[in-house]
Design a protein around this ligand. Structure first.
Ligand SMILES: N[C@@H](CCC(=O)N[C@@H](CS)C(=O)NCC(=O)O)C(=O)O
Length: 203
């Protein structure tokens, strides 16, 4: 059975696992589904996307899915085999999957996109708190990509986690401004935006 990646295309985590499949050259079917839909809850009791089906295996969680695709198929390894090199990639996968996603997606992008008052205006309480913390986050990320890629000098799974978040954040004014003034990060974003894995997975 073909690999099936399930979840709406606008989700940063769905885009991450699709990027992993594209980078590996693994054919897959993308099936759009909303969080908490029956199809998603059948695989993830938390109702979050993405979820994946392949060859009798059904799993949730973007990191588990990305690791499965990276290790079960041929193609360039997105996490090195050597333990110390793998740790240097995995620390960034974890950091982006937790702290970076929480701030930039949950407390900024998602607030802009979905938190509206009854007249349809964006409710800014959480956004305004987050905006104060953006310069520190962007400075940290700017330093982390100084070698050309996240945490290093070659493309890895960590980049598949970060790029969809940057793509979403720069759609909103403060995110765009912070990205533009982060020299390393804006060069990184421009360079990696040209990868087919990124262009093919745009929502
Ligand atoms: N830890 C999960 C987080 C996934 C996640 O937050 N997905 C979002 C969409 S980007 C979602 O399903 N949100 C709905 C919800 O949390 O109820 C993973 O890495 O897959």
């Amino acid at each position: 059975m073909a690999l099936e990646i399930i979840g709406g295309a606008r989700s940063n985590f769905v885009r991450t696992v699709r990027m992993v499949a594209e980078e590996k050259g693994v054919p897959y079917e993308h099936i759009s589904a909303m969080p908490h839909s029956d199809e998603v809850k059948a695989i993830n009791p938390f109702g979050q996307i993405p979820v994946m089906r392949h060859d009798g295996l059904e799993i949730p969680e973007s990191h588990a899915i990305a690791t499965y695709i990276d290790t079960a198929f041929d193609g360039p390894a997105l996490v090195p085999m050597e333990p110390k090199e793998a740790a240097a990639v995995n620390r960034w996968v974890s950091a982006v999957n937790t702290g970076v996603d929480q701030m930039l997606m949950r407390k900024y992008v998602v607030e802009y996109a979905f938190h509206k008052d009854e007249d349809g205006n964006v409710v800014r309480d959480v956004i305004d708190q987050t905006v104060k913390r953006l310069p520190k986050m962007f400075a940290m990320l700017d330093g982390a990509v100084a070698g050309g890629y996240l945490g290093g000098d070659s493309f890895t799974m960590a980049d598949c986690f970060l790029m969809p978040i940057l793509a979403a954040v720069q759609n909103f004014p403060e995110g765009k401004e912070n990205l533009e003034t982060s020299t390393n990060l804006s060069a990184y974003f421009a360079k990696l935006s040209e990868r087919p894995s990124f262009t093919k997975t745009a929502a």
